[in-house]
Design a protein around this ligand. Structure first.
Ligand SMILES: Cc1ncc(COP(=O)(O)O)c(C=O)c1O
Length: 425
C-alpha cells in the first residue's frame, strides 16, 4: 500500500531522539503513545495564552470556555456521538469508571446481576467488583477460549437472566490483542434491556469507533493511548446520563457534561486531546481519500478521522503479521494471542508472548538495554494472565507497534530478541 510513513514519523519529535547514539524503538505503545508536535504545541499555547478558570467572562477565561467546547465537539466527532454533551472529560479511564460506576450503581438493587469479562483490564473489573460489594450485586463472568483467544458469544445466552443489569467488556484486549465483537454483544444485551459499558482504551488508537453504530450505552477511552495527553474520556448515552445522579459538589452545574466533570479540569489536556483528534483528521484528509465514506457521517471531521483510522489499520495489519511471523520463527516462544495470517483484522498489533523457562522481565530488561521499549508482566490484565496460567510465571512480554513504527524496527527487535534468547539457552 502507498503508506506515508516518513511524513507521519516526522510529526513525532520523540521518534528521532537517540540515547548515547542509539535509536529508540517504541514498542511500549499499549501503555501510552508518543505525541505529534501539534499536541504538545496546543497544550503549551493553552497554558500560556488561556490560563484561567472557566466562565469568568474575561479574555483568558473566555478562551478556556472555547477550549472546553472544542474538546467536547472533537471527541464527539472522534466517536461519532450525536451530542457533544455526551462527552465527559476526566483524569483517566480508571478514575472516570470508578466515578460513574457509583452513579450507575444507583440504578441497581441488591441481588441484581452484572457481567464482567476475564479478558478485560482491571480498570473495567475492579470498579464493578467494588460496586457489587457495596450494594450486594452478583457477579458473573464472560470467559475466553484459551486456544482461540476469543469469546464465544453464545455464552451470553447462559449468562443473561432477568436480573442482569449491565455487561462491562473491552473493545480490545491490552494483553492478548483480541478485538471483540462489541456490536454483537451490545445487540444481544439491548434485546434483554441490559446496559453496556465498553472499555475502548485499546481500541481507540487502532480502530474507528462509532458509538451510534456499536449501540452501546457507555464507552471509555484515554487520549494518551491515541497520541494525546494523559487524560480519559467517557461517552454516555444522553438519555441514560440524564437519569443518573451525578456525584458532584452542590455549586457545580447539574447540566451535562459539567455535572460529571468534577472540580477544575486539565484545560491543557483538553486542548491536547483536540489536537490529537485533529491529527487523525489531517491524516484522513491528506492520505486516506480511498477510505472516506462520503455519506456515512454528518460531520466532516468524523469522516476524516474514521478514514484515517481505516487507512492506518491497513498498515498496522502488515506490521502485526510481520511481527507474528518473525516471532513464530524463533524457538521457545509462545505467542499468547491470535496468530492466523487471515485473522489480522480480529486483533491489534499488540502482540504478547512467553518464553519457555525464562522470566518475562529478564527479556524486557535486556531489550531495554538495547533501547527497545517493551513491557513485561500482566499490565493490569490480571484475569487474562491468570486464565492463561501465566500469573505465577511473571506474565508475558508485550510488544505493541502502532502506525508510526516500521518494519525495519520490527526486524531490529527480532534480531536483538534472537540474540538475547541464545544467551538464555
Ligand atoms: C484496556 C485498558 N483499559 C483501561 C486502562 C486504564 O486506562 P487509564 O490509564 O486511562 O486509567 C488501560 C491502561 O492501560 C487499558 O489498557
Amino acid at each position: 500500500m502507498n503508506y506515508h510513513l516518513e511524513t507521519i514519523r516526522s510529526k513525532f519529535p520523540a521518534l528521532s531522539i537517540e540515547d548515547s547514539g542509539r535509536k529508540r524503538i517504541y514498542f511500549d505503545n499499549p501503555a501510552g503513545t508518543q505525541v505529534p508536535t501539534e499536541v504538545a504545541d496546543a497544550m503549551k499555547k493553552c497554558m500560556i495564552e488561556s490560563n484561567a478558570n472557566i466562565q469568568g467572562g474575561f479574555e483568558t477565561s473566555n478562551r478556556v470556555d472555547k477550549i472546553l467546547d472544542e474538546f467536547h465537539q472533537s471527541m464527539a466527532d472522534f466517536l461519532n456521538a450525536r451530542y457533544k454533551e455526551e462527552i465527559i472529560f476526566g483524569q483517566n479511564m480508571t478514575t472516570l469508571t470508578l466515578h460513574i460506576s457509583r452513579s450507575i450503581g444507583r440504578l441497581f438493587k441488591e441481588g441484581d446481576e452484572i457481567i464482567l469479562s476475564k479478558m478485560d483490564h482491571d480498570a473495567n473489573i475492579s470498579p464493578w467488583l467494588l460496586l457489587a460489594e457495596d450494594i450486594g450485586l452478583k457477579v458473573k463472568w464472560l470467559t475466553f477460549d484459551k486456544e482461540t483467544f476469543e469469546f464465544d458469544l453464545n455464552q451470553l445466552d447462559e449468562l443473561f437472566s432477568e436480573k442482569t443489569r449491565i455487561i462491562c467488556v473491552g473493545g480490545a484486549s491490552n494483553l492478548i490483542g483480541t478485538i471483540n465483537d462489541i456490536k454483537t454483544i451490545c445487540k444481544k444485551a439491548k434485546n434483554e434491556k441490559i446496559l453496556t459499558y465498553i472499555d475502548a482504551v485499546q481500541l481507540a488508537p487502532h480502530v474507528a469507533i462509532d458509538v451510534q453504530e456499536i449501540d452501546c450505552d457507555f464507552l471509555v477511552c484515554s487520549s494518551y493511548k491515541f497520541f494525546g495527553p494523559h487524560q480519559g474520556i467517557l461517552w454516555g448515552r444522553k438519555e441514560i446520563m440524564q437519569t443518573l445522579q451525578p456525584y458532584k459538589v452542590r455549586p457545580a452545574t447539574s447540566e451535562l457534561p459539567g455535572s460529571f466533570e468534577t472540580g477544575t479540569q486539565s484545560h491543557e489536556g483538553m486542548a491536547g486531546t483536540t489536537a490529537a483528534v485533529d491529527y487523525f483528521a489531517w491524516i484522513g484528509k491528506e492520505f486516506a481519500g480511498q477510505f472516506q465514506k462520503e455519506h456515512a457521517f454528518d460531520r466532516q471531521r468524523t469522516k476524516y478521522v474514521h478514514a484515517a483510522l481505516d487507512y492506518l489499520f491497513e498498515y498496522e495489519k502488515l506490521l502485526t503479521l510481520y511481527l507474528i511471523e518473525g516471532l513464530i520463527n524463533l524457538k521457545k516462544i509462545k505467542i499468547q494471542g491470535i496468530t492466523q495470517s487471515d485473522a489480522m483484522d480480529r486483533r491489534l498489533p499488540t502482540v504478547s508472548f512467553s518464553v519457555d523457562g525464562v522470566h518475562p522481565e529478564e527479556i524486557a530488561t535486556e531489550l531495554g538495554k538495547n533501547n527497545i521499549f517493551v513491557w513485561s508482566g500482566h499490565s493490569y490484565a490480571i484475569e487474562v494472565v491468570k486464565s492463561l496460567g501465566l500469573y505465577e510465571n511473571g506474565g508475558v512480554i508485550r510488544t505493541g507497534p502502532v502506525h508510526y513504527n516500521s518494519i525495519e524496527e520490527i526486524k531490529e527487535f527480532l534480531k536483538i530478541l534472537e540474540s538475547i534468547l541464545t544467551t538464555k539457552q
